[in-house]
Write a protein that binds this ligand. Structure first.
Ligand code: NAD
Ligand code: K
Ligand code: MN
Length: 355
């Protein structure tokens, strides 16, 4: 690669406050990257209210034709149905076939951030299927004699389950514990979750012994959440259908103090998009106190996925040193620092590694 063109889609709310921090982090490691180009792109609720579409076709086209990767902030999706509106992040994952949502959850502090009780240390990755399950959004509402009746389609395919399973085994293989836990509810949903479970279980058998050293476990989703809160250290790589994966990763975020520190990438075979797990946080948007760490870590995760491990390590080290107890923290982690103060501090710790 001679150059690296990165699409920036801050979208709504605190996305606009934290994506610039992620851009700064990538710029700070530019000496280890090809020539950088950033392209700002529109999407989100605010774009919808102005233009009538939440995902302009120009954004999709530029990502497909001109960008090597992208960073997405967060979108404000209304809870009520709004005619013509549909979530741009869900659409982007589909348009670019970003079928894997990879969410590492690691505790770097020894307290939960809310009180001084020692929390068990967490080091796990949630691998969430990103294209199907209930997110196919086929919902119907009918009027019956007894009132309204709503139904949704939950799609699970062998193809999508197999490719997400492969990602999980691939990640587990590279980790010390080499453990994959399949999350499902096939005691109730024996057809859909049954297919997910069996297909993921079959992945090693189709891979010529490549994953022989990886242990497979499984856990019903409800007890998985229970055990996640009681003994998070039992999990290594958790692989789940779309909705369970969404819920589990937000829950795991609580174990390490804040949603504001959890990164993710949406990955496909030819494109990757970094994205903080959190939403647009309307309760703190515009106050300059959003934690930039989730976005900065998403930038590092994206670079690592593209093979740029050394600059990604430098960003992660600077973040971890900043999160160490007694250092600069935003209010979600019990501190008083602003987005800008934390970002500036992280940048100085990145710069220091090049001196
Ligand atoms: P949220 O993640 O926006 O916020 C949940 C809580 O965590 C809030 O108290 C918020 O202040 C806090 N928080 C989140 N990120 C933070 C950060 N970086 N620093 C400090 N505190 C942070 O979830 P929500 O309130 O349920 O949703 C708000 C909006 O975001 C909704 O419109 C929802 O649809 C949208 N959303 C979008 C995405 C996405 O873009 N992929 C994901 C989740 C929610
Ligand atoms: K987000
Ligand atoms: Mn979520």
């Amino acid at each position: 690669r001679k150059s690296l063109t990165i699409g920036l889609i801050p979208a709504d709310g605190i996305g606009r406050e934290v994506i610039p921090a992620a851009k700064d982090a990538i710029t700070a490691v530019r000496s280890e990257l090809p020539e950088l180009k950033f392209v700002e792109l529109l999407a989100g609720w605010e774009t919808f209210t102005r233009t009538g579409t939440a995902l302009p076709s120009e954004t999709v086209q530029t990502l497909k034709e001109n960008c090597d990767c992208a960073l997405f902030g967060s979108v404000s999706s209304p809870s009520r149905k709004v005619a013509g509106y549909s979530s741009p992040i869900v659409a982007l994952r589909k348009e670019l076939d970003l079928y894997a949502n990879i969410r590492p959850v690691i505790s770097v502090r020894d307290t939960s951030g809310r009180d001084s009780a020692p929390a068990p240390s967490v080091d796990l990755i949630v691998v969430r299927e990103n294209t199907e399950c209930l997110y196919v959004k086929q919902e119907d509402l009918i009027q019956t004699e007894n009132g309204k009746e709503a139904r949704a389609t939950r799609l699970i395919t062998e193809r999508a389950s197999s490719r997400i399973g492969k990602i999980a085994f691939e990640l587990a293989k590279a980790r010390p514990r080499k453990l994959v836990t399949i999350i499902h509810k096939s005691n109730v949903l024996s057809v859909t979750d049954g297919l997910f479970r069996e297909t993921v279980r079959a992945v090693p058998g189709l891979s010529n012994g490549k994953y022989d050293d990886v242990t497979i476990e499984e856990q019903l989703v409800d007890s998985a959440v229970y055990r996640l809160f009681r003994e998070p250290q039992i999990f290594d790589v958790m692989v789940a259908p779309n909705l369970y994966g969404d819920i589990i990763s937000d829950a795991a975020a609580a174990l390490v103090g804040s949603l504001g520190v959890i990164p993710s990438i949406n990955a496909g075979d030819s494109f990757v998009m970094g994205e903080p797990v959190h939403g647009s946080a309307p309760d703190i948007a515009g106050k300059g106190i959003a934690n930039p760490v989730a976005s900065i870590r998403s930038a590092a995760l994206m670079l690592r996925h593209m093979g740029y491990a050394s600059p990604a390590d430098k960003i992660d080290k600077a973040v971890n040193d900043t999160l160490a107890p007694g250092k600069l923290l935003t209010p979600d982690l019990g501190g008083k620092a602003s987005t800008t103060e934390v970002t500036t501090h992280i940048m100085s710790l990145i710069d220091a590694q090049y001196k």
